[in-house]
Structures are given as structure tokens and as C-alpha cells.
Design a binder for this molecule. Structure first.
Ligand SMILES: Nc1ncnc2c1ncn2[C@@H]1O[C@H](COP(=O)(O)OP(=O)(O)O)[C@@H](O)[C@H]1O
Ligand SMILES: [Mg+2]
Length: 309
């Protein structure tokens, strides 16, 4: 099976048979390196600017974009997500879709869009700046209660998206941003599906064979290119919750998946000391039901089954 999008540079633990595609170097990166040297020697006015924003540091990159730290008026630190050079039209559409979704979804657990621009044929999104993503943060082994609090917030973000009629479709640790030690926000709505719009335009939810997103966190029905809805995001959230709480990735091969009982008892032993998380193992296992009809209907309903974290 081939996946069309969502493979990111940070997917370092991908099995050897599914290595991310080699990314073509983007001229912006070389230009940025040169400008940085100049700025160091001769001052700020030599910083490379994109859509008026100076590029200060490269933060991350994915198949479709490069993300930099930048500075907005009044010294506010922001993130600049810039579409790659010679991006295919689909990449531009993807970022336009993402900017529109972010602009509509104003919620503390969804990354805030501050500005959107075009610069020399590239799309530029200006966003609030996070400290890191959930993958990097979890690697520092924070306390279990803090991990649960971040997962809960990410689920709140998904709930806001679902209420507004969006399915994220690419929920994974790299796409959850962490601010300090207390706030998480869902990012990367590039693959988000606007259910209302899709239904209006085509009367159906996906194109046949439309497989998008990252296989490792993808619901079974999504991998098969079937019609999906908010319940696909619940599978992804539960796979991310498993990984974050257990410090181990859920086997992407569904045939190798432990039984629901095995999953539940592993989670129970892990969370045994956390009395406020008593409902979590069953909730996570319920969201990992192979058949979507057996999962809660959306993130709001799943949230209701978790006691306050
Ligand atoms: N607003 C932000 N603040 C800080 N880091 C960010 C921000 N947005 C993205 N990043 C970093 O850049 C990486 C890629 O961004 P993402 O939006 O997921 O792009 P892509 O669509 O290319 O996957 C993220 O995993 C994250 O580490
Ligand atoms: Mg991403």
C-alpha cells in the first residue's frame, strides 16, 4: 500500500520498509543559512524575510512545508510555516485548506493562526509559537499525570474540530504542539476534511481509494480507503495515547495488535497509581475498536467517558 501524504522527516522510527521519501533540498534553506551568517556579522537587517517576517531558526519540516521561528511586531515570537519550493498544486491546496480550518477553529487546544500570506508562490502561515511537539516532549519522560493532561487537551482540540464538522485525518504526536508544561494544541490541519463542504460538493465523504495520513496512527477503515468520519480521529488519538502513556508504539500491523483484554490490562498496570485515570484504559481500548461503529461517535463523546484529569 502506498501513502500519498503525511510522511514527515521526524518519522525516525519508521520500519525500514516504509522509510519516508528523501526530501529534495529547498533553496530557501540555503538562502536562510547564508542570511544567518550575514546577520551575525552585520546585524538584523540581513535576516532573510518571508512575507515581511524574519526567519530566525528552523524548527521542523514535513513533506510539504518548512517551519521557522520568527518575530512579529512588538517582539512576539511566532512560527512561520512555509510551503516547499515548487510545491505541487495539491500542496498549495493543502495549506490553503489548513489555513482556512485554523482560522475557523478558534480554541485554546487548536493552534492559533495569526496571519496567512503568499510569498513568491509559496503559502505562508503565521502561527503562535510552540516549544515542541508531543513526540519530543514525551521523549523527556514527563510524569504520567502530565502526559494524560496533554492527551486530554489534544482530545478537547479534536472535539472542537468535530463539533465544527472537521475530521483531522492525520492526528499523530508530531501534530500536537506543546506550550510550556501545561498546554497542548492540535496542529497540521492540512488533511482536515470539512464534512459539510465535502457533502455539499460531492455528496460523499471521501474519494474512493483516498488514502491520506500517516499509516501508524490510521484507523483500519481509513487505511482501506473507505468512507471515514470523526471516529477515525478517535482511533488515531487512542494510538497516540497508547504510545504516550506506554512509551512504546502500537504495532502498525493490525494483525499483530494485542487483544482488547491485553491492551486494557497493560494500560491498567501502567496507570495503577493514578486513581483519577481509572476510566482511561477502557476508554482508550474502546476507541481502538477495529470496527468504527463500536467506537464513541466523536471526540466529545470519548471525552465524556474520561473522568476529569
Ligand atoms: N506553531 C508551531 N510552533 C512550533 N513548532 C511548530 C509549529 N508548527 C509546526 N511546528 C513543528 O514543525 C513540524 C512540522 O509542522 P507541521 O504543521 O506538522 O507540518 P507538515 O504539514 O509539513 O507535517 C511539527 O511536527 C512541529 O514540530
Ligand atoms: Mg505534521
Amino acid at each position: 500500500m502506498r501513502y500519498r501524504a503525511g510522511v514527515s522527516e521526524s518519522l525516525t522510527h519508521a520500519p525500514a520498509n516504509r522509510l519516508p521519501p528523501r526530501l529534495e533540498p529547498d533553496p530557501l534553506e540555503a538562502e536562510f543559512a547564508r542570511a544567518q551568517t550575514m546577520a551575525k556579522l552585520f546585524g538584523e537587517e540581513h535576516e532573510l524575510r518571508v512575507a515581511g517576517y524574519p526567519l530566525l531558526r528552523k524548527i521542523g519540516s514535513g513533506a510539504a512545508s518548512i517551519v521557522f521561528e520568527s518575530r512579529a511586531p512588538r517582539q512576539r515570537r511566532v512560527a512561520l510555516k512555509i510551503s516547499r519550493h515548487r510545491a505541487r498544486p495539491s500542496t498549495r491546496t493543502r495549506m490553503q485548506r489548513e489555513a482556512r480550518a485554523c482560522a475557523r477553529l478558534q480554541h485554546p487546544n487548536i493552534v492559533e493562526l495569526l496571519d496567512a500570506n503568499e510569498h513568491q508562490g509559496r503559502m505562508v502561515m503565521v502561527m503562535e509559537l510552540a516549544d515542541q511537539n508531543l513526540r519530543h516532549w514525551s521523549a523527556t519522560k514527563p510524569p504520567i499525570s502530565a502526559r494524560a493532561a496533554m492527551l486530554r487537551q489534544a482530545l478537547e482540540g479534536l472535539a472542537a474540530a468535530h463539533t465544527a464538522g472537521y475530521v483531522h485525518r492525520d492526528f499523530k504526536p508530531d501534530n500536537v504542539l506543546i506550550f510550556g508544561e501545561t498546554r497542548a494544541a492540535v496542529a497540521d490541519f492540512g488533511l482536515a476534511l470539512d464534512l459539510h463542504q465535502t457533502l455539499r460538493e460531492s455528496g460523499r465523504l471521501t474519494n474512493p481509494g483516498d488514502v491520506l495520513g500517516t499509516a501508524d496512527y490510521m484507523a483500519p477503515e481509513q487505511r482501506r480507503g473507505l468512507r471515514i468520519d470523526a471516529r477515525a480521529d478517535l482511533w488515531a488519538w487512542a494510538a497516540v495515547a497508547w504510545e504516550t502513556l506506554m512509551d512504546q508504539r502500537l504495532d502498525p500491523d493490525l494483525r499483530a495488535l494485542p487483544t482488547p483484554d491485553e491492551l486494557q490490562s497493560a494500560l491498567e498496570s501502567r496507570l495503577v497509581a493514578e486513581t483519577s485515570l481509572a476510566a482511561w484504559p477502557a476508554a482508550i481500548v474502546g476507541a481502538l475498536a477495529l470496527r468504527a461503529e463500536l467506537r464513541p461517535t466523536d471526540a466529545g463523546e470519548l471525552l465524556a467517558t474520561l473522568a476529569p484529569a
